[in-house]
Design a protein around this ligand. Sequence first.
Ligand code: DQA
Length: 145
Amino acid sequence: MTVLVLNGPNLGRLGVREPDVYGTATYADLVARCEAVAVEVGLDVEVRQTDDEAEMIGWLHEAADTRSPVVLNAGAWTHTSVAVRDAASQLTEPLIEVHLSNVHAREPFRHTSYISDIAAAVVVGMGLDGYAAALRHLGSDSGGS
Ligand code: DQA
């Protein structure tokens, strides 16, 4: 089973982007962490990032067609994009929504998610540990369905 870990806009700039909010770990660190945890729990993982909404929607269609679980940090599209939600709604396998920061402790516009109610689980405020937790859950007996 290949899990797609999909990251939306500005997440490629981790490490230089608002380190007080997102920490100093880079996007390369995020990829390395996901790949290490995947090995640990026996999953195949593919980690991707895009600043292009159409590309993200295409990846979600691919995950629907290949029946792949998804770990999704949609970044700002979380709070704005019905199109990303509609694409995510087509998934047949679990979707786990992840945010590095605790969006609920930030500006009010970040308190709304178009993804949460179609997600199997939501992890916020744990930085890279949130991705690790999501992958561990998908790799566990109870997480894969
Ligand atoms: C984020 C939170 C979003 O509100 C923000 O737009 C991001 C990153 C997070 O991981 O904490 O780009 O998804």
